[in-house]
Design a protein around this ligand. Structure first.
Ligand code: ATP
Length: 254
């Protein structure tokens, strides 16, 4: 498997807070990696460090063999590291089509406005927003804005797509639709990193899962194994409830 991203002992401090501590991780082409962990574990910070939003306080970020630790966000984006944000942020007055077209124009030099709009149409069809392409982005529902975020990220022709809680705030049917889109992208061979709190999404869509707790990587493996790992259960539930959950599971088996 081709390695596309390697984190080597990546750390990040915010004043006295150690948000990431010696995180080492390798990502291979075509993987759908779930990045999970309790609130405040450092998941978004890790994506921010990879995509140049925050500078690592220590360690290195290697992308396709190149050291990108000090890259700015626009440089990372143009290299093919595209992301969606937890808080969706379209250009509210621009219509849906031009929101996506601007992402294409930003990331690819030499593209004409007409060419960017044409590409944008394709991405909007893919995410199911083809029929609302002329509406102002501000008029979209949350679920639609999340799809718009995805279309914008795809317009940047990503080599790695980072999805930061794309399902937060969505209902069950909307989550199912989002999962279908992620699976389709994975089938096309796109490398994806998914920050997700919904375990069903993690287990059903990810090929591998890593777990952060207090800025440290505490597990790395197949989704079914990782979500049953006692360390991971304890990270989510706390020691007392993890023991209760274990006793409950043992009782169920008898
Ligand atoms: N810009 C910042 N300045 C100061 N502290 C920050 C900053 N960004 C994140 N933090 C802190 O770093 C820690 C990790 O935050 P982060 O947002 O990465 O966690 P997370 O795992 O993504 O959490 P959640 O699941 O709640 O989104 C938290 O304690 C957070 O308060």
């Amino acid at each position: 498997m081709t390695e596309v991203l390697a984190l080597e002992s990546v750390s990040r401090r915010f004043g006295g807070l150690q948000a990431l501590q010696d995180v080492s991780l390798r990502l291979h082409k075509g993987e759908v990696l779930g990045l999970i962990g309790p609130n405040g574990a450092g998941k978004t910070t890790l994506i921010n460090v990879i995509t140049g939003v925050h500078r690592a306080s220590g360690g290195r970020v290697m992308f396709q063999g190149e050291d990108i630790t000090s890259r700015k966000p626009y440089q990372a984006a143009r290299m093919g590291l595209a992301r969606t944000f937890q808080i969706v942020q379209p250009f509210p007055e621009l219509n849906v089509l031009d929101n996506v077209a601007s992402a294409a124009l930003f990331s690819q030099s030499g593209l004409t406005v007409a060419g960017a709009r044409k590409a944008a149409e394709g991405h909007l069809e893919f995410v199911g927003l083809g029929s609302v392409s002329d509406r102002p982005a501000a008029s979209l529902t949350l679920a639609m804005r999340k799809r718009l975020e995805l279309a914008k990220a795809l317009a940047m022709k990503p080599k790695i797509l980072f999805l930061d809680e794309v399902n937060a705030g969505l209902n069950t049917a909307e989550v199912e639709q989002a999962m279908t889109l992620i699976r389709t992208l994975a089938e096309r061979g796109l490398t994806i990193v998914v920050i997700e709190h919904l375990m069903k999404v993690v287990v059903d869509t990810c090929s591998r899962v890593v777990v952060l707790q207090n800025g440290r990587l505490i597990a790395d493996g197949l989704p079914h194994d990782v979500v049953r790992d006692p360390l991971v259960v304890e990270a989510y539930l706390g020691q007392k409830y993890a023991k209760l959950a274990q006793q409950f599971a043992q009782g169920e088996q008898r």
